[in-house]
Design a protein around this ligand. Structure first.
Ligand SMILES: [Cu+2]
Length: 648
């Protein structure tokens, strides 16, 4: 039973949705569900909702008829038990589903022509073969099949049973399939560069690596329990309160984030999530030219989320939340331990050592909300972290196995790094788009770009020492595509012009972008035209319930345009209004040999930091460490530090 309008759909609600649609719309086995998720009530309704009020419950389904490829969106009122809307969406292609992925694998395994093509290359043990279905962008779809639900299938070969499934690319061989009929439309046999003898395995037992035995156990215990509470989906920790959701597309969604500022509950964000991920491979070769994965819109970060294991994925006193998602028949399935909640020690929060008062030091603790997603060869580890000083950090780690390709003996590639014998890993980029619906002390916010600069030497600045900050209001959507500027250490503040802090300045949170990179694409190229959102590192839009997917609502098989560029076209004013930030960040992956055969996690992060939101350091209430009776004593300070009267 839902206890709040933002609670994600339960297994019962997913089942009820497909039951109602089944009877009202005759949905049978000729149909598939791409998704069923909570149809979120409008923000104003959620904010006005009080405990005890009726809870609106609606689901949003996307489903299609396999025989005709016709796509429908259905809103089901779960309280009334009736279909509320049923909308035909011509010309769009819904996300691919896990069920289809497995069915295509099954079909190709026994397809005579596919088996023969593999045999021609000396591949006879089908148990070693992995069929990896990808979706297309419209620009690279074969023209005769533009109206189909079309998959192209990469083929990989393990070196041994149980070995790395992505060890050996079967290069030059792709299968084009109709996802609805499971029909093989074409076997593209472009070239055969053989199977170089690569060292592609990484499991110690398989490769005889001697694993070190001198790593001592590291235990993280909280004998008195954790400092946070989880009540349904409501998480409280120290001064923070937030609500957690989960859906097939975005994975975790963090709602209604607020901070208790000396008894006053102050809003910071209404909704934060990852809205899209775009991974173009920057290599025009036959093996790679179709690779532009939209892992969120095409496949779903939620669908790709994997169960976490205590002691392996997460260390310490962990609380897990399970996730419930629909399969392609509209039936619920569960991801056990999908979201990990725990506290972490993170060294020192603040400290000063003084001759008279001694050392005053606080340990930094952070509340972490994390998920892991396995998207075919890659894993993405997502960490939302909340700190005692009001900071929010969003970190993403990429690990897993890189896509590789063989080359003729003696050749190298200008678009990749040699990582093994006759084998290179193409350069690629992982763009992520975070959707940040911030509400800084309410909805009337403005966004200010902040640049540092050095004014010229003048009478008032004779030594040229001065450093100033210039603030530029992003006044309307048309001017909202903004780039990071290293030369000015640019950041973006979301301010509330109607709410001043004790020092007379509008309260604000600052987006500190430290994981940004330029797109480096020709702006006339299909890859850029299909996802112009990567053209800038920040976009700002006026809040609109319907604007959720910045690279298009249906990016699968999409062409040019859609999403953010359409939304900013009306140039809505952005001053003193409800704003949404879209932050583009990620990993510019110039592949390394050390990333092979399994990639050590590459880590990027950005921050939301209070900037005059509080009147001073909000973490003065952080307690001293329990065991640190000696930490604060002047004697202890005198022992270890000589008196130093100079400030630095
Ligand atoms: Cu990468």
């Amino acid at each position: 039973m839902a206890t709040h309008p933002l609670d994600s759909l339960s297994a019962d609600e997913i089942r009820r949705t497909s039951t109602i649609l089944g009877s009202e719309k005759n949905i049978d086995n000729g149909w598939r569900y791409a998704s069923i998720m909570l149809a979120e009530p409008a923000k104003a309704l959620v904010k006005a909702w009080r405990e005890g009020d009726p809870i609106p419950r609606r689901s949003l389904s996307v489903l299609w008829q396999k025989a005709t490829n016709d796509v429908y969106e259905a809103v089901v009122d779960l309280v009334a038990g009736a279909v509320e809307s049923w909308t035909h969406r011509p010309g769009v292609c819904p996300n691919f589903t896990l069920d289809e992925y497995h069915e295509i694998d099954h079909a190709l395994r026994s397809h005579p022509q596919v088996v023969a093509a593999l045999q021609a290359r000396g591949i006879t043990d089908l148990d070693l073969v992995l069929f990896d279905t990808w979706t297309y962008g419209e620009a690279v779809m074969p023209p005769q099949w533009q109206d189909r639900r079309l998959g192209w299938v990469d083929i990989w070969l393990r070196g041994a049973h149980g070995g790395n499934p992505y060890a050996h690319p079967v290069s030059g061989l792709k299968v084009v399939v109709d996802m609805n009929t499971e029909e093989v439309l074409e076997i593209e046999d472009h070239h055969d560069l053989g199977l170089p003898e690569v060292a592609g395995d990484y499991i110690p037992e398989m490769i005889g690596t001697e694993v070190r035995t001198d790593l001592k156990p590291l235990h993280i215990n909280q004998p008195e329990g954790v400092s946070f509470t989880i009540d349904g989906t409501l998480l409280r920790w120290q001064n923070w309160t937030m609500r957690l959701g989960f859906n097939w597309r975005e994975g975790p969604v963090i709602y209604q984030v607020s901070f208790d500022d000396h008894g006053v509950e102050r809003d910071i964000a209404y909704r934060m999530s990852f809205a899209e991920m775009i991974v173009p491979y920057r290599d025009s070769g036959f093996d790679h030219y179709r690779r532009t994965a939209y892992d969120i819109g095409e496949w779903g970060l939620g669908y790709m989320t994997t169960s976490l294991e205590l002691g392996c994925d997460c260390l310490g006193e962990i609380r897990y939340l399970d996730a419930v998602l629909p399969d392609s028949k509209g039936q619920p399935w569960e991801i056990k331990n999908a979201i990990c909640l725990h506290e972490e020690d993170n060294a020192v929060l603040w400290k000063h050592v003084d001759e008279q008062s001694g050392a005053e030091v606080r340990r930094m603790r952070r509340m972490v909300v994390s998920v892991h997603a396995t998207v075919a060869n890659y894993e993405y580890l997502v960490y939302w972290r909340f700190y005692q000083d009001g900071n929010i950090e969003c970190e993403v780690r990429a690990t897993g196995i890189m896509v590789t390709s063989p080359l003729p003996e003696g050749e190298t590639s200008p678009t990749g790094t040699m990582v093994d014998r006759r084998t290179y890993a193409p350069y690629h980029q992982h763009f992520l788009v975070a959707r940040l619906d911030l509400d800084i002390d309410g909805e009337n916010n403005s966004v200010v770009e902040s640049d540092s600069f050095a004014p010229p030497i003048s009478a008032s600045n004779p030594m040229g020492l001065d450093l100033n900050v210039r603030s530029t209001v992003i006044a309307s959507e048309a001017e909202s595509g903004r780039d990071y500027n290293w030369n000015t250490q640019r950041g973006w503040k979301v301010t509330n012009p109607g709410k001043l802090n004790a020092h007379g300045n509008p309260v604000a949170y600052k987006l500190v972008p430290s994981a940004s990179f330029p797109h480096m694409m020709d702006e006339s190229s299909p890859v850029f035209l299909r996802n112009p959102v990567v053209g800038h590192q920040l976009w700002v839009t006026r809040h609109d319930e319907t604007e959720l997917w910045p690279a298009g609502e249906y990016p699968t098989q999409s062409g040019a345009g859609g999403g953010i560029v359409d939304w900013v076209a009306d140039d809505a004013p952005l001053v003193d209004t409800d704003v949404v930030l879209w932050h583009v960040f990620g990993i510019h992956h110039i592949t390394r040999v050390e990333d092979w055969p399994v990639m050590p996690a590459d880590t990027v992060a950005w921050w939301l930091k209070p900037f005059g939101f509080f009147d001073r350091n909000p973490s003065l209430d952080a307690p001293r460490s329990a065991k640190s009776a000696s930490c604060g004593s002047p004697a202890a300070a005198g022992d270890c530090c000589s008196s130093d009267a100079h400030g630095h």
